[in-house]
Ligand binder design. Structure first.
Ligand SMILES: [Zn+2]
Length: 341
């Protein structure tokens, strides 16, 4: 019979100390899937698909969600569709992951999360009003991306800016798919136009600096261009949850802070009864679109490795020393050893 050595007990105690102890309610929420045994041939197992990456079902293909825009009188609420499963989501919709892409500039990755839901412009009447003075077609066009995002902050703030200007605003560019954006010379790799909260605008009778001040006065981030237009976006506010989901760690600013918060409540436990080893990694519930936590168990003598983004592994373990490593958003947060006798 195998049993846990003192070093395992020490290891568990160490992990409890270094990671802190998650509350029971959090731990039980972390993994909604039942624990299951892994393959009898662990050496044949590659990395497992993350939770939520199962094949799409018909009901997922047809959106059940709508986004309502602040139109006076009658609300307009177009449907939104899951981007992941949409038949029009071709290579133009490869959003970069701000949590893992080395080209990400580093500030506020939570504001650059990939969209979960999109409007389908082929099923919309773009001449409809999205707010009192602006129609959908002023921001969205099939040629720049048939699947699109129009964050409501844009309409809310543009209506206020229209009052500030005392006249109409001409929108020269709104949403762009990542593929379309990358084809524009000089476009920013992380352009807010791909996130549906940026507009390029022109207002007759105003200088670029005058337009920039009005954008900034309504909480926007502005850039002036020599051709007379101003880029105005709302990267400073949380992403529209109906398109991007709820931010899992709202209020946190940097990738390091988010990684540290996700690591802080991890509890790693190893138990053994007869020949069955049971390793579990638990922590606070993970939201779609946030950093992925994965762990690896490696037999240091045979080299056999177990990978999982599931949170529990129950398997027969050969005696020997193992290394256990846990990554959050592909960055190593913990590495230690256990011994099975
Ligand atoms: Zn722009």
């Amino acid at each position: 019979m195998q049993k846990i050595t003192e070093s395992v007990v020490l290891f568990v105690a160490l992990m409890m100390t270094s990671f802190g102890c998650a509350k029971a309610s959090e731990a039980s929420n972390f993994n909604s899937l039942p624990s299951k045994p892994v393959s009898e041939s662990p050496e044949l197992r590659g990395p497992q698909p993350a939770i939520g990456e199962q094949a799409p079902t018909d009901t997922q293909l047809e959106a059940l969600l709508t986004v309502c825009y602040p139109t006076p009188g009658s609300q307009v609420c177009p449907k939104v569709y899951a981007l992941k499963n949409h038949p029009l989501a071709n290579s133009d919709y490869r959003y970069r992951d701000p949590f893992t892409d080395p080209s990400f500039p580093g500030a506020n990755p939570e504001r650059y999360r990939k969209p979960l839901h999109v409007l389908d412009l082929t099923k919309m009447n773009l001449s409809l009003k999205a707010s009192k003075n602006f129609s959908f077609g002023e921001f969205l066009s099939v040629s720049k991306g048939p699947l699109a995002i129009l964050s409501r902050i844009v309409l809310e703030r543009l209506e206020l800016m229209r009052t500030d200007f005392g006249r109409g605003i001409q929108i020269t560019s709104g949403y762009r798919s990542p593929g379309y954006n990358s084809g524009i010379s000089g476009s920013a790799a992380w352009s807010r136009h791909m996130y549906g909260d940026a507009v390029d605008l022109v207002v007759s009778g105003f200088s670029v600096n005058g337009m920039k001040r009005v954008c900034e006065g309504r909480g926007g981030f502005a850039l002036t261009y020599e051709d007379g237009h101003v880029h105005c976006d709302w990267r400073t506010v949380p992403q529209d949850a109906d398109f991007f989901g709820q931010s899992s760690k709202s209020g946190l600013q940097t990738l390091a802070e988010i990684r540290s918060a996700l690591s802080a409540d991890l509890v790693i436990e190893f138990k053994q009864s007869d020949s069955i080893g049971h390793l579990s990694v638990t922590g606070e519930s993970e939201e779609e679109g946030s950093l992925t936590r994965e762990w690896k168990l490696r037999n240091l003598e045979s080299g056999v490795e177990y990978f999982s983004s599931d949170l529990e592994i129950v398997t027969a373990l050969e005696p020997g020393p193992y290394s256990v490593s846990v990554t959050v958003g592909q960055a190593l947060v913990s590495e230690t050893e256990i011994v099975v006798e």
